[in-house]
Design a protein around this ligand. Structure first.
Ligand SMILES: [Zn+2]
Length: 371
């Protein structure tokens, strides 16, 4: 999620040197991941084809964590927009989409776009481990699960940004902002939702019937000002009037007290009932619009598309070097994934588009969110 636009930005920064992962912390985490994977019995997790409806597909916490571990590793240097490290993260997501059986939503799944000037954050004499180079542009990673029947020409977008804010020199050392919650967590759910739903559809092709196409969009350069999602929503992909709804996953890794924040519920009158039906009482839903303009749902809302942002909330490690994989609640992350998939499937299969929310949407867009 983008930082606050005002001088209040400093409030979110860590005043203290970063906690570097110690050997023991890292080792214990890897052991835990190995045990969890072993417990699955199958590296791909449970078979989604064995359940009757997508809302019942279980997500594997271990697989979700394995994606976060890659994206939030120090070697990706915080995945800042336009850097080779962001590109490496994009290629990881691309490979996961390919492995999950999605069709490309852009040539080689990569929708490349230009970036404005990227500010230099250290002077040239500072020795760094994450030197930025060749900052020329960024990319969205777009995968498609094609629809079927009369609804196939309409689209549902499930999105999550995969970039983060990079690194800084703190106390004379490079401190990597790994962005495990922000937003390797949402990216991991996106990857798994795509893979699981595609497998379910293949297993149930005869039953799947009329359904909308689904775009799985991993947005780049969100932290640089929603650049990737704004580029996409400006119409570089499918016509925006064929997009019936958008669901954004940004910072979904720290579920606490089973409370999930939903922003954007005023963008269509059907949202509250639809979300309540998708929630099997495992989550307490908290409706706010406090940060409505600060993540990738907003460019869609500005174009009149009903969109919601699922969010497990701010925390003291937001936009600090401490946003590491060890913070993530893996069980909560899987619960959020299951909820998101239930929402997306309902959006893809309900006969009618979401309704007459245009007036409310215009009002929200004018207000610019609440923050
Ligand atoms: Zn952020």
């Amino acid at each position: 999620m983008v930082g606050p636009p005002s001088r209040a930005r400093g409030r979110w920064r860590a005043p203290q040197p970063p906690r570097r992962p110690t050997g023991r912390r890292r080792l214990s985490w890897i052991v835990a991941l190995g045990l969890a994977l072993a417990a699955c019995g199958d590296a791909a997790g449970p078979d989604p084809g064995s359940v009757d409806r997508p809302a019942d597909i279980p997500f594997s916490s271990a697989l979700l964590l394995s994606h976060i571990a890659v994206l939030a590793d120090d070697s990706l240097c915080g995945r800042a927009a336009g850097t080779p490290y962001e590109r490496r993260a994009a290629l990881y997501v691309r490979d996961q989409f390919v492995g999950g059986g999605l069709e490309p939503g852009a040539p080689d799944f990569l929708d490349v776009f230009a970036l404005g000037p990227v500010p230099t954050r250290v002077d040239g004499t500072t020795p760094v481990a994450c030197a930025d180079s060749d900052v020329t542009g960024s990319q969205n990673v777009l995968g498609v699960l094609p629809g079927a029947g009369a609804l196939a020409t309409e689209w549902v977008v499930l999105g999550a940004h995969y970039d983060h804010v990079g690194w800084e020199v703190l106390g004379g050392e490079v401190a990597v902002f790994n962005g495990a919650d922000d937003n390797a967590s949402g990216t991991a759910v996106l990857i798994e939702a795509a893979r699981l739903l595609r497998r379910w559809v293949v297993a149930h092709e005869a039953l799947a019937g009329n359904r909308r196409s689904i775009l799985f969009a991993a947005f780049g350069a969100e932290e640089a000002g929603l650049v990737g999602s704004s580029s996409y929503a400006s119409g570089v992909g499918v016509p925006m009037d064929s997009v019936v709804a958008m669901v954004n996953l940004d910072m979904v890794g720290l579920l606490r007290d089973n409370t999930l924040t939903v922003q954007g519920s005023l963008t269509a009158p059907e949202w509250p009932a639809l979300l309540a039906a998708a929630n099997d009482d495992s989550l307490q839903l908290l409706y706010t619009d406090d940060f409505l303009s600060r993540s990738d749902q907003y460019p869609f809302i500005q174009r009149g598309i009903p969109a919601v942002h699922l969010f497990t909330g701010l925390h003291p490690d937001y936009h600090t070097p401490n946003d590491d994989v060890s913070l993530v609640n893996p069980v909560g992350l899987a619960t959020v994934g299951e909820f998101a998939l239930a929402i997306v499937w309902e959006l893809a299969t309900r006969p009618a588009r979401l309704g007459e929310g245009a007036t409310a949407i215009r009002g929200l867009a004018r207000a610019g969110g609440g923050s």
